[in-house]
Ligand binder design. Sequence first.
Ligand code: ADP
Length: 248
Amino acid sequence: MSNRTAIVTGAARGIGLATTKLLLDEGVQVAMVDWDAEELARASDGLENVLAIPKDVSNPAQVVEIVAETEAVFGGITHLINNAGVADFGPMEGTDFDRWRNVMQVNLDGVFLMTQAAAPALKKANGSIVNIASISGLRASTLRVAYGTSKAGVIQLTQQQAVELGEHGVRVNCVAPGPVRTKLAMAVHTQEIIDAYHDAIPLNRYGNETEIANVIAFLLSDRASYVTGQTIAVDGGFECTGVGLPAL
Ligand code: ADP
């Protein structure tokens, strides 16, 4: 990948940061977007060929600015990775409307808004998009009424975008990670949850951020030139077992 520019949302940590670093290694310039300005500054410090944009992907006006800034600095956009998300888990009756709306706004509206705003540039470049869902979007489980529904929306939205953008040479795919060993996940997963996941996952372990980023980079690349509208679970085989996700 040369002369390429990616926008990575949620780039301050976790999967977004790992994806940023992998793309940089492959010679892609990266606009790193995250609403956590402090963490974004820390994450982008010392990286070359990046533009840090501390903005909110669920805010329509800010999304337009994200795209405009990236084009102004890098001259175009070839890849979009819609990774920003909030992991807020709770039971249906304990999820008030504000909490529901917040999850939908970031996880689903954010993917809609970013893709809509970046589409003209991506069409010019015959670019490619990867949306990040979750295995929670493929299978229902307790405490994921908002999160799981938002991620199922991302999977369907991926297909809608792929169908509309296909004639412009733009591919849109989705990665559905299983449990990933991010700092955040490890802070909230009890030993009981960790053991339950290890038992349920055919590969008997959590994934790491780089293993997710590798699949994202593949789907973005010309190696996946005939793949669009697909969702790939990167989950150690968890999805194909049919076992429910442990309660968090
Ligand atoms: P993962 O485990 O998938 O990497 P994280 O929760 O660690 O997930 O990372 C998600 C990133 O998305 C965080 O850095 C967070 O600040 C960012 N983020 C969440 N909501 C927004 C938003 N509305 N706009 C921009 N970035 C966001």
